[in-house]
Design a protein. Structure first.
Length: 274
């Protein structure tokens, strides 16, 4: 069947044929009421967020289970503690370059101060919509949000940090995952207008832990996810995930997974499918 498919699509450009074992692993870690994700290929990794400080042991366990890959960069979607707080506990046993990617609207001094024993080794680079990060062979990490040149007073407050948090389409051949951090419905509308069907992904890391303020039918329709993963803690004080989020994702036909029930969730792509 695969051979028949290759008659109609250009399989020669697919990373399954491009060296190494051809696989890309995408992980959404169980870090309680927070968010942390890994992308790993051939012993090298990119990390998106690192969870809250009280869940560092869980993040470290997920890293160890991936055979402790070399971390080329840690991408911090924004500087809320549930996304970057674990950085303060990062130990020297982590094989990390010290590179951090943030949006140009983030407070890098705050992040450096929260980097624990790594604070003197952290180096920052910036990312906005339209940029592509190529840390892993044959894996495209395409930034979809926020846009460049926003005229807004800095530093951002909590609501603005959520609204302008980094969003990425991660692509390995025909396999795609969408990382949405804490964006709200207004940001989702703007992203949908800019990206349209480029949002399509089999895996959706659901925005803002399943918050009711991040429900957006247009956005989810463009994504058309097969699996939607919500990262949050059981019985958290925020009421995440909201019934409206669950209802909408079910309406979209997505299979729902929850880190507080399913624990750390791992997907492996061969370049054709997860």
């Amino acid at each position: 069947m695969l051979a028949a498919v290759c008659l109609f699509v250009n399989c020669g450009d697919n990373p399954v044929n491009s060296g190494g074992d051809g696989r890309f692993t995408f992980v959404i870690a169980d870090v309680g009421q927070g968010l942390a994700q890994f992308g790993v290929r051939d012993g090298r990794a990119v990390v998106w967020d690192i969870g809250p400080p009280n869940q560092y042991a869980s993040w470290r366990a997920a890293y160890n289970n991936l055979s402790r890959p070399r971390i080329e960069s840690i991408i911090l979607s924004h500087s809320d503690a549930d996304h970057f707080g674990g950085l303060r506990h990062l130990d020297r046993g982590i094989d990390w370059s010290g590179a951090v990617v943030v949006s140009p609207y983030e407070d890098t001094a705050k992040i450096r101060a929260g980097s624990g024993i790594w604070s003197d080794r952290v180096t920052f680079s910036f990312c906005v919509a339209g940029d592509t990060l190529k840390y892993l062979d044959n894996v495209e990490i395409i930034c979809l949000w926020p846009p460049d040149g926003i005229d807004i007073e800095l530093p951002l407050d909590g609501r603005e940090r959520n609204h302008y948090s980094l969003v990425f389409s991660v692509r390995h051949g025909y396999s795609r995952a969408l990382i949405t951090s804490d964006i709200d419905s207004a940001a989702m509308t703007a992203i949908a207008a800019r990206s349209g069907y480029a949002l399509n992904a089999q895996i959706l890391s659901v925005p803002h832990h399943g918050s009711a303020g991040s429900v957006n039918r247009l956005f989810f329709s463009y994504v058309s996810a097969e699996t939607a993963v919500i990262s949050c803690a059981a019985q958290n004080s925020y009421g995440h995930p909201s019934p409206s989020m669950i209802t909408e994702l079910m309406h979209q036909g997505a299979r729902l997974m929850f880190t507080y029930l399913d624990n750390t969730v791992t997907f492996v792509s061969n370049g054709y499918y997860w």
